[in-house]
Design a protein around this ligand. Structure first.
Ligand code: SAM
Ligand code: CA
Length: 239
């Protein structure tokens, strides 16, 4: 049996808009002209990677930068780094003394983006941890000073653990802090009958449907499920 891939949604394109021309219009009109040079470079370097699809969509990235700015984010968590598009975006958005705990089970892809991150002069803001994310979140929670101290989190890793991440993040984020979950439309399959979903997307579809119901029912957060990129769900901790 093929190994199930929790990380890559089945959609061949990054955008889910029904009109590819309209998506291109948004990118060309509003996203690319405002995309910082180092991010462009990282996107280009990533394009030749066999799993380039995993990188955060630039339109979703632009929304993330807006949110980071709106909450004056200084202390953040990133789960799922890959080559570092969303990480560099975060590092460029937070102040000089801001900090990102960036967790990925593999450092290999991060190394691809690292020279660009260094050149952009933001490496000092990043604390990269090569590990499964869950034990690191638990480790952070062991220090009482970390509880309620993070302004922002971006979760873009193994979908099967999103619930577990959410429970930890509800303790680590400050009230008013934001967590963004990526791929919450899973290539559009959440609204398709199971039979029409490609085999490799079925498990991701099921997990994403469950996650979406769970987030919609969680009274601790205000949510906005936005059809940017592959779908992002923006959650604000209310209490
Ligand atoms: N945010 C990244 C970007 O903008 O390019 C893309 C992240 S990619 C979709 C998912 C990443 O999650 C992969 O690099 C993978 O190694 C990592 N990952 C998968 N399972 C993980 C886990 N249990 N703990 C930490 N990282 C994990
Ligand atoms: Ca993603």
């Amino acid at each position: 049996m093929d190994q199930i891939d929790y990380k890559s949604p089945p959609s061949p394109s990054k955008g889910l808009l029904q009109s590819p021309e309209l998506y291109q219009y948004i990118l060309e009109t509003s996203v690319y002209p405002r995309e910082p040079e180092p991010l462009k470079e990282l996107r280009e370097v990533t394009a030749s990677h066999p799993r380039a699809m995993m990188a955060t969509a630039p339109d979703a990235g632009q929304m993330m930068a807006m949110l980071l700015d709106l909450v004056d984010a200084k202390k953040t968590i990133e789960i799922g780094v890959f080559t570092g598009y969303s990480l560099l975006l975060t590092a460029l958005s937070i102040p000089e003394d801001g900090k990102i705990v960036a967790i990925d089970i593999s450092r290999e892809s991060y190394e691809i983006g690292l020279p660009i991150i260094r050149k952009a002069g933001v490496e000092h803001k990043i604390d990269f941890v090569e590990s499964e994310a869950l034990p690191i979140l638990d480790q952070l929670l062991e220090d009482p000073q970390n509880a309620g101290s993070f302004d922002f989190a971006f979760v873009d890793a193994d979908k099967i653990n999103y619930w577990n991440y959410h429970e930890r993040l509800m303790k680590l984020l400050k009230v008013g802090g934001i967590v963004v979950y990526d791929n919450t439309l899973w290539g559009g399959t959440v609204a398709m009958p199971e039979e029409s979903t490609p085999e490799h997307g079925k498990q991701g579809r099921e997990l994403t449907i469950k996650l979406n119901k769970f987030l919609a029912a969680d009274p601790r957060i205000r949510i906005s499920h936005a059809p940017l990129g592959d779908g992002i769900t923006i959650c604000k901790r209310l209490y």
